[in-house]
Design a protein around this ligand. Sequence first.
Ligand code: HEC
Ligand code: HEC
Length: 496
Amino acid sequence: MSRLPAFATALAGLILGVVVILVLAAATLEADSRETGPGIAPVTDADFYDDGRPSSAKVALGQALFFDKLLSGNRNIACATCHHPRHASTDQVSLGLGTGASGLGLERTAGANQPVFGRVPRNSPALFNRGAREFATMFHDGRVEQDANGTWPSGFWTPAREQLPAGLDNVLAAQAMFPVLSSVEMAGHKGENEIADAVAANRLNEAWNLLAARLRTVPAYVALFRDAYREIATAEDISFVHAANAIAAFEATAFRADASPFDRYLRSGDTSVLGTPAERGMQLFYGKAGCSSCHSGPFQTDQAFHAVAMPQIGPGKGDGADESYWQETGFPVRLEDRGRYRVTYDSADLYKFRTPSLRNVELTGPWGHAGAYASLEAVVRHMLDPVASLDAYAIDQAILATPEAVIAISGSGATLRFDPVNPARLGDYRKRDGWVQATPALRGAIAAANELPSRALGDDEIDDLIAFLKALTDPTSRELDHLVPAAVPSGLPVAD
Ligand code: HEC
Ligand code: HEC
């Protein structure tokens, strides 16, 4: 009897010892994996819609639509204009020019006889890997979003609310319903065409139906739609939802990018595929530089919203109450962009933007939601000391065309007018580009919302971080010319 407790104690001691050893071993293993890598599962086909293999007929239709200016009210701009394969699925300027301008990328201009409706207020994001299921929100502020609660018949939270039709395959397809409604991007402004008029009257279904009606009149489109959809027998069966689903299938396929050195490392566990500087950079990224607290997961994004004091340039989204620009110039506009707050109206979301994926980030500049930074090093340095970088920011580093003719809003309600700006007033008009940055109260509000602490890194360490970011580049994304069709079914010039 008396020996049993002693034996039990010894056994317990032994078990405790083993447990301690196991815990220590696990801790060491964990420390090892923290030193050697992020512990992320490699990307597979199953991470993408249709398991990465949408129907090729749908993709072919989507490709034609993506490059066809027929989808714009004034037949002068396509999705590809701002998301061009030759420009890494963006337009490579800070803030682009929509309907009215001509040319692509840095060459896109609005000459004296080509009035544009101002600049697009945000940087055109790259579309890489947007066909991965984890991208559940679209736009820098996430205003198009999968709706888990079934609030709307469409299954998505969007600015169109109950007007968005059902039948959209996924959130990427839901997104494709919107650029065609944007006056500055594709629709044009009231009075220019019937699609813009329908949008101005908030008759969104009429606008989508008018676009579908255009597609129905092109026999080559009818053939492509019939190939892509069993339910389409005649032209009358074509809806814009079919178009949006096909565009999404094309985007998901064309811009999938998961063959970077980082992917090879995740698949093989062999850090040597990264090269030494990138390997050191990876340790910083997932370690003391603190990047992975937001840039987490296989695509380097937590898919959440954060305020990181990114400078705002350009016309903004008309938010806030500040009328200083209005008072000084007489143009009746406000110039702030309050980011996620625009969607939730929760003051905790002021100036928050979605953490961007860093896949192909080397190719996708300018960077930031307004494209404020034109160098990757500058934006990385911003992320290491956000408020100081915001305060020191000068707009001359942005890449902005100078439109020679612009249309401005006057009046409101029934008297709302869109008139060309008197050339003598263009100087005042252009002041809006740098207004937020130059106005201490507005810049200060962006700084005050910042949640990203600064971290001191040496220049060598910053070089290593950048080397790691470059290891996120899929080499096949450097050359996407093969995606540009020679012609589109409408016969309009392919997005130039
Ligand atoms: C005039 C330029 C322009 C045109 C034309 C345009 N886009 Fe965009 N696109 C943008 C900008 C700018 C944003 C970001 C807007 C925002 O966040 O408010 C964007 C956002 C997106 C996004 C969201 C990406 C993400 O990660 O959130 C997708 C997808 C997209 N566009 C696809 C399209 C498609 C499809 C078309 C054609 C139907 C199109 N775009 C036409 C400029 C353009
Ligand atoms: C608190 C979350 C957070 C942390 C930590 C963070 N980022 Fe970011 N990062 C963001 C957000 C949000 C944006 C977009 C901000 C905007 O556009 O307003 C961004 C933007 C970027 C961009 C520009 C990407 C683009 O496409 O425009 C780069 C590059 C970047 N971060 C790198 C880093 C690096 C490197 C680190 C670590 C030193 C880091 N980030 C740490 C949230 C974070």
